[in-house]
Write a protein that binds this ligand. Structure first.
Ligand code: SAM
Ligand code: SF4
Length: 466
């Protein structure tokens, strides 16, 4: 078939067949897959299915150990930070798990004005954020999709001293190729969209009205984004709707499709788990709840299956769960989040406006202090996207391990910016100690480059990257 017309096909029968054929718990097969994953070439559907059968505590420990070493090998100690920016909770869909669903009278509707968006951004910038994920329900104020485009412009235009948002990622409803081109022209970072569930029957049951009922329009969104030359795209599943084993195998099919058609898979995978949402029974009683232990397994398996794809952990999860999954494969986290439009200016989450309730309520500074005390380097780096190291170019550097040469120095220099400009005294002390330790551990060449960058940051230069 001509590559450009190839359509994404989630073959449900094949997924069930593979799951069935892997259902025999076979320790030696699992160990073979773990050995294969240490070669950092990724895994196929059969391998993923084998890992998903693990329940024996010894094998589980081996899975987690392997995920830890793969994570460390590729990502080192970096953890990239971002904040979600909810601009509007207007929505025309009826997703039964979400507070923003059209018929939910318990939610007060609000689309921020451009001035209100600037106010939100100002607060985030003053906290030290450099990356936001712009989020909206699937219905826009009178100006239509232009509202999203203007909102992105507003975010980039808001500067507070030397503080600014340097990368806007976007999570909005599926667009046409032409709209994606307009998004691309606004210099977005990643376009992200979650299929929610790849399981057709479940998909139809939980999306009861509105445009989102159309499974195919949603699953082909990333094809259109890539056709519009947005080459950093993010995928995700809303865990709790259907069998998680089915979902991760379907996700492997989606990834294989993108790789075959565009030569590059997704830049990130998000792993949202259903959280209670106002006016949604389904969110309180998920159809197929994912236990904490299975959730850790999901992160570890994805880390081994697609080692070069970032894994994003949001503040839906508790501080403890977040800490555990950092080691297992997470490379990006949100912090200090609000999921109600205007939530940063109002200083609190408001149940009548927010999308779902959060598991981690700590401020950015508290999260950073915690992350640093665990030995991870909080990173605000946005260098790749601004240097055009995106899509296949990024993967070409990542796969031979070369991206680390950029990431470590950039993480440390942007962390130092944060420590000087925004950190509390306690975080500053913890962070500077961590930087000294890391500098003594990295190779001489990287240490020399990093020290030179740090000198510039200490001298007042900002946005220093390589
Ligand atoms: N409205 C757009 C859409 O649905 O694609 C984009 C933004 S939507 C606000 C972002 C994501 O929030 C959804 O894709 C869904 O996975 C997630 N979400 C919705 N309800 C949730 C809940 N109760 N708990 C956790 N995540 C939820
Ligand atoms: Fe609307 Fe998105 Fe919520 Fe569905 S998940 S109701 S589309 S905001």
């Amino acid at each position: 078939m001509n590559k450009s017309t190839q359509t994404v096909n989630i073959d449900e029968q094949k997924i069930w067949d593979v799951l069935k054929s892997s259902s025999l718990k076979d320790a030696s097969r699992v160990r073979d897959v773990l050995a294969k994953s240490r070669r950092l070439k990724g895994l196929d559907m059969h391998d993923v299915a084998s890992l998903s059968t693990i329940s024996d505590p010894q094998l589980l420990a081996e899975l987690f150990d392997t995920a830890k070493s793969v994570k460390e090998e590729i990502y080192g100690k970096r953890l990239v930070l971002f904040a979600p920016l909810y601009v509007s909770n207007l929505c025309g869909n009826e997703c039964l798990y979400c507070a923003f669903r059209a018929k939910n009278k318990a939610v007060i509707r609000r689309a921020l004005t451009q001035q209100e968006i600037a106010n939100e951004v100002e607060i985030l910038v003053k906290q030290g954020h450099k990356r936001v994920l712009l989020v909206a329900g699937e219905s826009y104020p009178r100006e239509g999709f232009d509202y999203i485009l203007k909102s992105i412009d507003t975010v980039y235009a808001t500067k507070i001293g030397s503080g600014e948002i340097r990368r806007v990622n976007v999570n909005v409803a599926p667009l046409s190729v032409d709209e994606f081109k307009q998004l691309k022209a606004r210099h977005i970072g990643t376009y992200q969209i979650f299929q929610e569930t790849y399981h057709h029957e479940t998909y139809n049951k939980v999306h009861v009205a509105g445009k989102k009922k159309d499974y195919d329009w949603r699953i082909t969104a990333l094809d259109r984004a890539m056709e519009a030359k947005i080459d950093d795209v993010g995928i995700g599943v809303l865990f709790g709707l259907a069998d998680w084993r089915f979902e991760i195998l379907a996700m492997m099919q989606h990834i294989a499709h993108l790789e075959a058609k565009f030569g590059v898979g997704p830049h990130t995978i998000s792993v949202p788990r259903l959280e209670p949402a106002t006016g949604s029974d389904m969110s309180v009683h998920p159809p197929q709840p994912v236990s904490d232990i299975d959730f850790r397994k999901i992160v570890a398996i994805l880390r081994l299956a697609v080692p070069y794809t970032g894994i994003i952990m949001s503040t839906r999860e508790t501080p403890n769960m977040r800490r555990e999954t950092f080691a297992l494969g997470v490379s990006q986290i949100s912090a200090g989040s609000r999921t109600n439009p205007g939530g940063y200016a109002e200083g609190q989450a408001e149940a009548e406006l927010e999308q779902f309730s959060l598991g981690d309520h700590r401020s950015l500074d508290e999260v950073i202090c915690d992350v640093a005390s665990l030995g991870y380097i909080p990173s605000f780096c946005t260098a790749c996207y601004r240097l055009g190291r995106t899509g296949a170019d990024f993967m070409d550097l990542a796969k031979p391990g070369k991206i680390k040469e950029h990431c470590d120095p950039n993480a440390i220099s942007t962390f130092m910016e944060y420590l000087i400009d925004y950190a509390s005294p306690q975080t500053k002390k913890t962070g500077e100690k961590l930087i000294d330790t890391i500098l003594s551990q990295i190779n001489e060449k990287a240490a020399r480059l990093t020290k030179a960058m740090l000198e510039k940051v200490r001298a007042g230069q900002r946005d220093v990257y390589c």
